[in-house]
Design a protein. Structure first.
Length: 271
């Protein structure tokens, strides 16, 4: 019998033991950044946040979405889940931003380097079909329970669509446009910054939309390891058979997901 899991377990345990000091430092640093981000959101009065978000949704997705955002967030506040919603939003935004910092350069690299593309493509396909709970296992072993392992697992999970869509956008740049730019004397740096990247940007924005949605789904799953936010509300409703509480947490999550999805889609369409 081929026991692949045994070798993976040994490798992860070896990393957790040898890199304990490194992981502890990163645990403190990432937790401090996330806490600071959450405190900023907590400091914004709910009526200011709701008004600004509704105006943004109106601007990017139309009057109907602006009204939905206004009423939806007021309902979330009225149900008493405002703090949990801000926790979830902070985790999603931080995870998406970190996934972009890592995923966009990797996506550009896969487009520029064919060997790298051949290596990353099966890895991306494999990780995309991997059950989301698997991402939590090494995160818990390295960082224990809490916010940090959930966020790091979310970053890894949300990074794959960013890599894929960035590479796709770069490959979709028309060849004749590149040839024309080179004919007019564009340097490789000018070709990348002024031709390829602007033309690929709409596709990259689609990857950002996917990353936001995947971050939100993973943040909910990571409530199992005490990440916090609305996911823990739903988890409490399930584990303690509080049906009403579970539905209320689910409604708040749906409202937040629709708002984030429509705003990011509006940014993709209108820029």
């Amino acid at each position: 019998m081929i026991n692949i899991g045994h070798y993976i377990e040994v490798a992860i345990e070896w990393l957790a033991e040898k890199g304990a000091g490194f992981f502890d430092v990163w645990n403190v640093y990432v937790e401090g950044v996330i806490d600071s981000f959450q405190l900023v959101l907590y400091a914004i009065p709910f009526y200011v946040f709701i008004s600004l978000t509704a105006l943004l949704a109106w601007w990017k997705s139309g009057k109907g979405m602006g009204l939905f955002t206004l009423l939806g967030l007021l309902l979330v506040w009225g149900m008493g889940f405002w703090k949990e919603t801000m926790q979830t939003l902070a985790l999603v935004l931080f995870s998406t931003f970190a996934a972009l910092l890592i995923g966009v350069p990797l996506g550009i690299w896969t487009e520029k380097n064919e060997r790298c593309n051949r290596i990353f493509r099966p890895v991306l396909d494999c990780m995309r079909t991997m059950p989301v709970f698997v991402f939590l296992i090494p995160a818990v072993l390295f960082f224990g329970l809490g916010t940090v392992p959930g966020v790091l697992a979310t970053i890894v999970f949300a990074m794959f669509p960013v890599i894929r869509f960035t590479g796709l956008g770069m490959r979709q740049v028309p060849g004749h446009v590149v040839e024309a730019a080179l004919a007019f004397g564009a340097t490789p740096r000018q070709l990348f910054l002024k031709v390829q990247l602007p033309l690929a940007f709409p596709t990259v924005l689609t990857g950002i939309n996917q990353a936001v949605m995947m971050s939100l789904s993973m943040v909910v799953v990571s409530a199992m390891i005490s990440t916090g936010g609305l996911g823990e509300v739903v988890l409490e409703g399930i584990t303690q058979m509080k049906i009403g509480l579970g539905f209320e947490g689910g409604i708040a999550l749906v409202i937040l997901a629709v708002i984030l999805d429509r705003i990011t889609q509006g940014i993709v369409r209108k820029g």
